[in-house]
Design a protein around this ligand. Sequence first.
Ligand SMILES: Cc1cc2nc3c(=O)[nH]c(=O)nc-3n(C[C@H](O)[C@H](O)[C@H](O)COP(=O)(O)O)c2cc1C
Length: 340
Amino acid sequence: MFYSRLVRPVLFRVGAGDAEAAHEFTLHALARTGAALAPLRRWFGVPTPRTVFGVRFPNLVGLAAGMDKNGIALPGWAALGFGHVEVGTVTWHPQPGNPRPRLYRLPASKALINRMGFNNHGSQALADRLRARGPVPVPLGISIGKSKITPVADAVADYRSSLRVLYPYGDYFAVNVSSPNTPGLRGLQDRALLDDLLAGLSAEAAQLGGPAKPILVKIAPDLTDHAIGELLGVCADQGVAGLIATNTTLARDGIAPGDAVTGRQAGGLSGRPLAARARAVVEFVHRETAGALPVIGVGGIGCVDDALRMLDAGASLVQLYTGFIYAGPGLVRSIGRAVR
Ligand SMILES: Cc1cc2nc3c(=O)[nH]c(=O)nc-3n(C[C@H](O)[C@H](O)[C@H](O)COP(=O)(O)O)c2cc1C
């Protein structure tokens, strides 16, 4: 109530012309105040501990990739109750992303369309920041993607460079092959290319030594069941620890009439219109693997019921992005209370 009546209207006004401005304002405010907010964690972060792919999570609700690409507000996210944070996606080469505006609100649909294009400071800058800041209050996922200037043929080396510098700092790594905003990236979900990529990353991890860390693959909701089936075969062969399902969609189903014009923007759609498809993908993966492969369910979780249905579909953990923008941190707490 406090968020939707007072905070959200102010933020949405800050970003009236450019939704990204509101996002940056919030992120930087959280980065500045995060440590001071730490006592809030007891309110927002309802303990529901669970160990998944060998990592102990204080609760089941995580922050999805893309919100804090450069990892600048980690104590802040923990204070808002999140049980893990997935930073990134970062790329080996720092890059500005696509021209602005590149983020749009579809308020009647409780959705967003973005074509950010992996704007980020680069993997080395993230590694330097994580080294300087020391331990993070909650498990940290690090999402890595392909630099725009790197041709698909050289993608493996590009991802490997990112994994090499970031390996000491993540509790798990997410291989992002599903953003719709980097040309050629989703092609890496195809059997042969994904096999090469995952083999390359395992080889890199083995060279780095120490205990092996979980590597997860984040997939698109736009894959056919057949393509997901093939991908699961590759993941099993390559010892992938889990899947993150799903990224944003290129489909435009479920957009409210009031958002019809904005709905024509290019990019990935997230939020409520994605919920049913994301859940169906989680259900499919859970069934195909007989529950053997942990899944982080993400896509369109905007209320407690959405989260519970995602868990029922077989997700071991859930993540929020768009639902958090619309509902605020009270949603993290409500889900935690319902799960407990
Ligand atoms: C503005 C924006 C930026 C995003 N950036 C990334 C990203 O860098 N890497 C990634 O794996 N997913 C990214 N995502 C996708 C989200 O992590 C999530 O998979 C998707 O939005 C579906 O969840 P939601 O409906 O709760 O938003 C982004 C989403 C949005 C809205």
